[in-house]
Design a protein around this ligand. Sequence first.
Ligand SMILES: [Zn+2]
Length: 352
Amino acid sequence: MKKLVFVLVIIGLTSCESKFYTLDDFSSVEKIDAHYHIYSSGSNSFDLARKDNFKLFVINVFLGDCEEIVEDHQLYKKLAQENSSDFAFSTAFCLDGWDDPAWVENTISWIDQCVADGANSVKVWKNIGMEFRDKDSVLIQIDDPKFDPIFKHLSENNIPLIGHLGEPRNCWLPLNEMTTKTDSSYFSRHPEYHMYLHPEFPSYEDQIAARDRMLEKNPDLVFIGCHLGSLEWSVDELAKFLDRFPNAAVDMAARMGQLFYQTVEDREKVRNFFIQYQDRLLYGTDIADNGDDKEKFQTSIHKTWLRDWEYLATDHTMNSSLINGNFKGLQLPKEVVNKIYAENFKKWYKTF
Ligand SMILES: [Zn+2]
């Protein structure tokens, strides 16, 4: 009998130990940063990523300069050839020539060329809805019928659309009412995107509604919503979005602060959300590698990656410069951590 109890205790301890990762497991588990930017041909990112067991997914973005997309695409094509097993990339398209009847056709052939070069998806950015206007000065929204044939083409060819559309809800609040320091710091540096200062632009709700109308028109489109789908302020709202659009997933890039904030308020709710939607969430950071000071860059990136691992995998009590207050890590089960860090990316982007 004593022997049996001993065996049971050992089994109990082993199964308890194996259910969760520890901080020390960080570098032994395969991970993908599903939202990364590289603007340099240097190896700062790759050297650290290999050490920390990360693959990198670099997202090309149309920030306003069409030549920049082409240059970045050439860089990513080269990086993919040199690092095929741990690097993947998206493309983006340019809005110059929007009023030209050939714009749609040209855009589709650019996308096809990029996909032939190895891009696995297409990104659209918040400047659609917040910046670009047609020849009559009307703001172009993401559900504009002119995009229909492009998104139909993506659907038919199983090419995911990555969307950073709208902004965090904080963007429509004054700086001192924002819930995270990430947002108040970003919008104090970018008043042009701080919508509280631009009431003539569409509201937060208008931006989200335009995105949702676009998704309703394209039920077969695989959509990856960046930054928790711009619903970073409420896991309840995000859950409703994911229920409504089964072909959508979201990355967490640059929104850990909002998750920490909600964890301070109600950790169980956030943890249950992660478990319930474990197949729809992708870990990402929005880190940008400009080729600057290698040691400083790598130290800061390693710290971010390790902090997020600690939050998702352990139950340590933590604090972060992103918010006020202490919070406890979510300690998600291993299988959930594996999905968020790698399996979901492989499934949603059909890459690696
Ligand atoms: Zn980004």
